[in-house]
Design a protein around this ligand. Structure first.
Ligand SMILES: Cc1cc2nc3c(=O)[nH]c(=O)nc-3n(C[C@H](O)[C@H](O)[C@H](O)COP(=O)(O)OP(=O)(O)OC[C@H]3O[C@@H](n4cnc5c(N)ncnc54)[C@H](O)[C@@H]3O)c2cc1C
Length: 381
């Protein structure tokens, strides 16, 4: 089916991104997987190319364009080459709305030029060892002392955790006030008492730095609070989560598509019992089913991208997109591993790596179960 999401400028941008990734990322990614992290230089090079901060106003070094189709292009191209280490989508798709929409002019001046140039890498620290799905269970505290908040707590599983310079920290400014007691504060690299823990060893996404963060009496200036008042953090998170979930859904469909493509090619060339394995009816039926589901997923997600651009993407639709496409991604890739036989279990085959990388997709950004809760609640029972 013809895809009509993009205009000519998006296609041109895609070529630029593809060329950049082929030159600056693909040849080095294997090494980064061994290192467990990507070098900061690649962020700067991507920034020079204009890959960050489309939505950053021009006066702060961005393009001043709010069009999630550009974000979609970047995610799709990164997924196409399996570059699981680049935390660009966290920076572009998840963090941009916090730093562009929730900041005052003084904060914009301090942070946005570095955000757009790739010199300031960002992260968001919600999850704690004792609280992931249950946002209100966060125990990190921020106690106001004059012009500062004194922050204490621990975060875990933080994407870009090692490389990040600016971390939006979810903290309780009023632990007794429930959701209304949550505030978002920006912690900066080098603040006294702000330290990184382990770069965690994961099942997949080996080049991505996912880390623990510790806050021990960190004095964060009130000037680093997002929003004019305390206690707005929960609402700010809820407003931005649909975009985060859509970004994950875009990645899910892109991964499913690219693995399906490589599997069809594999089935064309691999022979057993004197013919290509694609000639077995079972192979064709499995591929037919997967191709159908992926095409349907693509249409829904493309529609969600347009809804986001129009300011109409609801939390419920984003939750539908997130859970269904990520579960589909896992199913597609698992079936594709099966069609590769023993080679599907060998890490030198991209399908094996895609299998490892895909597993987390139904967990982060809100688990499948939490997505179903959001959808289920909308029925108003
Ligand atoms: C690679 C990776 C990167 C991540 N990046 C970040 C990041 O950048 N920033 C960040 O803050 N976090 C990040 N996370 C954390 C991620 O968002 C959480 O792991 C996720 O939200 C789940 O929380 P949890 O691990 O505490 O699981 P829990 O909340 O303990 O859930 C355990 C199980 O219980 C189920 N469950 C929980 N509540 C309910 C309910 N009400 N109804 C039904 N079932 C329920 C869950 O669905 C799950 O199956 C990352 C995680 C990973 C693995």
């Amino acid at each position: 089916m013809r895809r009509d999401l993009f205009d000519e400028e998006h296609d041109l941008f895609r070529e630029t991104v593809r060329e950049f990734l082929a030159r600056e990322v693909a040849p080095h990614h294997g090494q980064w997987e061994k290192d467990g992290i990507v070098p900061r230089e690649v962020w700067k090079k991507a920034g020079e190319l204009g890959m960050f901060g489309f939505s950053v106003p021009e006066e702060y070094g961005g393009a001043g364009i709010t069009d999630f189709r550009y974000n979609t292009v970047i995610v799709e191209e990164i997924i196409r080459i399996g570059a699981n280490g680049l935390g660009f989508s966290l920076h572009n798709d998840i963090m941009a709305p916090y730093l562009v929409d929730l900041t005052d002019d003084e904060q914009k001046r301090r942070w946005l030029p570095g955000f757009a140039s790739g010199e300031l890498i960002t992260a968001i620290a919600v999850t704690e060892p004792g609280a992931g799905s249950d946002l209100q269970g966060v125990r990190t505290t921020a106690v106001r002392e004059g012009d500062h908040y004194v922050v204490n707590g621990q975060k875990t599983f933080i994407t870009n955790g090692i490389n990040s310079d600016l971390v939006v920290v979810v903290a309780k400014t009023d632990p007794a006030a429930g959701a209304r007691g949550i505030t978002l504060l920006v912690a900066e690299r080098g603040m006294e008492g702000f330290t990184r823990g382990r770069n965690l060893e994961k099942v997949g996404m080996h080049a991505q730095d996912t880390a623990e963060l510790f806050f021990d009496n960190v004095r964060v200036p009130v000037a680093n609070r997002l929003g004019p008042e305390e206690g707005q953090g929960f609402v700010q998170l809820m407003n931005n989560l649909p975009q985060e979930r859509l970004s994950i859904a875009v990645a899910a469909v892109a991964a499913a598509e690219s693995v399906l493509e490589m599997t069809i090619e594999y089935c064309r060339n691999r022979t057993a019992f004197g013919r290509s394995i694609g000639q077995f009816q079972n192979t064709r039926f499995v591929l037919a089913e997967l191709a159908t589901e992926v095409d349907i997923a693509r249409l829904f997600v493309d529609r969600c991208v347009l809804a986001l651009n129009a300011g109409e993407l609801t939390a419920v639709d984003a939750a539908k997109a997130k859970w269904w496409t990520t579960e589909l991604q896992n199913k597609v890739i698992d079936r594709c591993v099966q069609l590769h036989g023993g080679y599907g279990y060998m890490l030198e085959y991209p399908v094996a790596k895609a299998w490892l990388d895909s597993r987390v997709q139904t967990i982060y950004g809100g688990t499948t179960e939490i997505m179903k809760e959001i959808i289920g609640r909308s029925f108003g029972f």
